[in-house]
Design a protein around this ligand. Structure first.
Ligand code: 13P
Ligand code: SF4
Length: 322
């Protein structure tokens, strides 16, 4: 099957019930579908597992299937492949990259690491397999604090690539980790002014913020956490309104599981649009998912020489997250 464009470029038969056909193909082929909370709601609803990047990595390590479809971005597919190299790992559109992962190229990161030879290297999951191979332990936004705190107070640590998450973890753990200067183009875009305006209109709303957001946005947060932490807080909280500063895909699960509550997306600073979407995450569509299941392509391929080196820090993370 030709996947030169990064996805299967075949027309979907007209008039079919796409959702029903996807479920049928999934069953027939014994494929497991995993979806991140930033995927379109219709994709989340068809998945066997929906979660944050930590939960998806944990599932990828234990799932019993010959083929996994990761509806997320490229690094999430790579993590699944590294943890299950014997399985076929598919992503509906291989162009689903990540601006944060792109902000940390392996050659430059290697130079940075070599300049600080006495440091332990901690990398965020939002990195390429090649960067993970240069890393001692991987973290996600769901376990970064716990893992950093598991090192002695005076440990010399490098943290990459997200400067906002790194600054946040430094501030809550009292560490002084050396930070790589990378960022996510989606989370850096939230506008403090627009959040404060929303807060005036909804004074009782709680502000939920992902740690990849800039410090001034984190300062007005009631809760800071990974997508899974924000979702579970919304489910447990007594509050009835929430202003949500993370990618807008998470609102689907929030609204689905908290029918009596109102979720207001925090707007970005550069447009009149109310929501803040990750254009990479949204490359995966129902049509591409259908073709991925039908043709079992495109497949994530990770260089054998990198797989072993990248598996060690991911497994270390999974061990310390138990
Ligand atoms: P989570 O760790 O909350 O899944 O976030 C992943 C991500 O890509 C954030 O932008
Ligand atoms: Fe990467 Fe940001 Fe998209 Fe997450 S939201 S996948 S960090 S670009």
């Amino acid at each position: 099957m030709n996947v030169d464009k990064g996805y299967v470029d075949q027309p979907v038969p007209s008039g079919i019930d796409l959702k029903a056909e996807i479920l049928k193909l999934k069953e027939e082929k014994g494929v497991v579908i995993m979806a991140h909370y930033y995927q379109y709601g219709e994709i989340q609803d068809l998945a066997d597992y929906v979660g944050d990047s930590l939960a998806l990595a944990q599932k990828a390590a234990e799932v019993d299937a010959r083929t996994i479809v990761v509806c997320g971005v490229h690094f999430m597919g790579e993590t699944a492949k590294i943890l299950s190299p014997d399985k076929k790992v598919l992503v509906p559109d291989l162009n689903a990259g990540c601006s944060l992962a792109d902000s940390c190229q392996a050659e430059e990161f290697e130079k940075f690491v070599k300049e600080h030879p006495d440091h332990t290297v901690i990398s965020y999951a939002n990195t390429s397999a090649a960067v993970k191979a240069l890393t001692d332990i991987v973290v996600t936004s769901g376990n970064a604090r716990k893992i950093v705190e598991s090192f002695p107070k005076d440990a010399k640590l490098i943290f990459g690539p997200d400067r906002n998450l790194g600054n946040y973890i430094n501030s809550v753990t009292g560490r002084d980790m050396l930070l790589w200067d990378g960022a996510c183009h989606v989370h850096e875009k939230f506008s403090l002014e627009k959040i404060l305006e929303l807060k005036k209109e909804h004074p009782h709303a709680e502000v939920l913020v992902h740690p990849e957001c800039q410090r001034q946005v984190r300062m007005v947060a009631d809760v800071i956490g990974s997508t899974a932490v924000l979702l579970s807080h919304a489910q447990k909280s007594e509050a009835k309104e929430f202003i949500v500063a993370t990618e807008s895909g998470i609102l689907h699960k929030m609204r689905q599981t908290c029918k009596d509550k109102t979720f207001i997306p925090a707007p970005p600073n550069d447009s009149t649009c109310a929501c803040n979407d990750c254009s990479y995450m949204k490359l995966n569509t129902l049509e591409k998912l259908y073709n991925t299941l039908k043709y079992e392509a495109p497949e994530i391929v990770v260089d054998e020489s990198i797989i072993d080196r990248a598996r060690r820090p991911i497994t270390a993370m999974l061990e310390r997250s138990k």
